[in-house]
Write a protein that binds this ligand. Structure first.
Ligand code: PNS
Length: 159
């Protein structure tokens, strides 16, 4: 049974994230989406809200599990019995940060392999940060996120 752990802030989960979860399901038996407790950021959604929204967005995908993790990623992969870490690469600008994390994680735990996947072109410019900005400025963000996330953003930003 091959398991991949897909970590991130997912604030919020986008169509780009969903794209990767579906793609990873073609390579792995189990995809664990791991929502990180990231104290450095002030998120729009709480951890529990993010976890529930990912579950709702992935309903029907039997290979997906959603967890919340705190602490080091290399410890989470041991805890969940994952064979690899999955990260998305959209543009060249993602690469430096991702390479640094992948190499640091491998230094912390030599068995930790990171696999990068690219979303389809139409999702390759979608980011959680842009979605939040567009939503706050009253733009149309609905086509970039799964339906449960769109509804939750609308409810959260309702005056
Ligand atoms: O979606 P993000 O914010 O780019 O995800 C970043 C995340 C959560 C994958 C990264 O910050 C992380 O792995 N955090 C866990 C703490 C950790 O292991 N830090 C060392 C990374 S080398």
């Amino acid at each position: 049974m091959k398991t991949v752990l897909y970590p991130g802030s997912f604030d919020p989960f986008t169509n780009g994230h969903l794209d990767l979860v579906i793609r990873a399901g073609q390579l792995f038996d189990r995809v664990i989406v791991a929502v990180a407790v990231n104290s450095g950021k002030s998120p729009l959604f709480t951890l529990e809200e993010r976890r529930r929204l990912i579950e709702a967005s992935c309903r029907g995908l039997s290979h997906v599990e959603v967890v919340v993790f705190e602490g080091l990623l290399v410890e989470a992969i041991v805890l969940y019995g994952a064979n690899a870490v999955l990260r998305g690469l959209r543009a060249f600008s993602d690469f430096e940060y991702e390479l640094q994390m992948a190499l640091m994680n491998r230094n912390l735990r030599p068995q930790c392999e990171t696999i990068f996947m690219m979303p389809t072109l139409k999702n390759s410019f979608v980011s959680s940060t842009l979605i939040k900005e567009i939503a706050r400025l009253d733009g149309d963000y609905r086509s970039y996120v799964p339906e449960p996330v769109a509804a939750a953003i609308a409810a959260k930003l309702k005056p």
